[in-house]
Design a protein around this ligand. Structure first.
Ligand SMILES: [Zn+2]
Length: 214
């Protein structure tokens, strides 16, 4: 028996593909959730009564050397539960698939996060471009910062990068633990003196990589 190709196997779990638009360097996919009903975020009673739909854009993993843009058809539902104060709600997707307000799918964000940790801002963004991952240097570092945790063991090897607190606005310094691959500090500016003061307070550090690869 010949294996049957399903376009839904190309997109994140739970979505089906309604339309495909293949360009020279971009693939646009119109997708929607395959779930017939969605629970209200307030009362958790599922509803299948649709009020309206809107489109939400999200970048996804590249395909065949082309960057991929999802246009997600998001449904707004009526909440009919008598005791619930909410009338209308928009459907949400699992955090591990497409978090609320995210502009990238979770699986793309994970790759971006790995690139940021492994290579730092500028080299990471350069490689991302070649891999058809639509992400700027600032976005890359912002993703890393968002997933940062606090360290407990003394630091020994760190990487230092500039990052933007807001897109193209105020810049700070991001300090990354190269051994444990996580953010350890966010300094308020990118002045050398600030970084030096911070380094003095962390005497266990032996190796410092500045704007890795640069
Ligand atoms: Zn409700």
């Amino acid at each position: 028996m010949r294996p049957r190709f399903r376009s839904s196997s190309l997109v994140p779990a739970g979505f089906v593909v309604d339309h495909v638009d293949v360009g020279a360097d971009r693939i646009g996919l119109v997708v929607r959730s395959r779930a017939a009903e969605t629970p209200c975020p307030d009362c958790h009673v599922p509803s299948r009564r649709i009020q309206s739909r809107y489109r939400r854009r999200a970048a996804d993993l590249p395909l065949g050397g082309r960057r991929v843009e999802l246009q997600v058809l998001v449904r707004r539902f009526w909440c009919d539960a008598a005791a619930c104060g909410r009338k209308i709600f928009a459907e949400r997707f699992p955090e591990g698939v497409l978090p609320a307000f995210a502009r990238r799918t979770a699986r793309l964000e994970q790759i971006v996060h790995h690139l940021g940790l492994a290579l730092g801002g500028r080299p990471g963004a350069g490689l991302a471009q070649r891999l058809m991952l639509p992400v700027s240097r600032d976005t890359l570092l912002r993703v890393v910062r968002r997933r940062a945790t606090t360290p407990s063991d003394p630091l020994s090897a760190i990487g230092i990068d500039d990052f933007a607190w807001r897109r193209n606005h105020r810049y700070g310094t991001l300090v990354c633990d190269l051994e444990r691959r996580r953010i350890v500090a966010l300094l308020p500016d990118r002045e050398q003196a600030t970084a030096q003061t911070w380094l003095k307070e962390n005497a266990s550090i032996r190796i410092v990589a500045r704007d890795r690869g640069g």
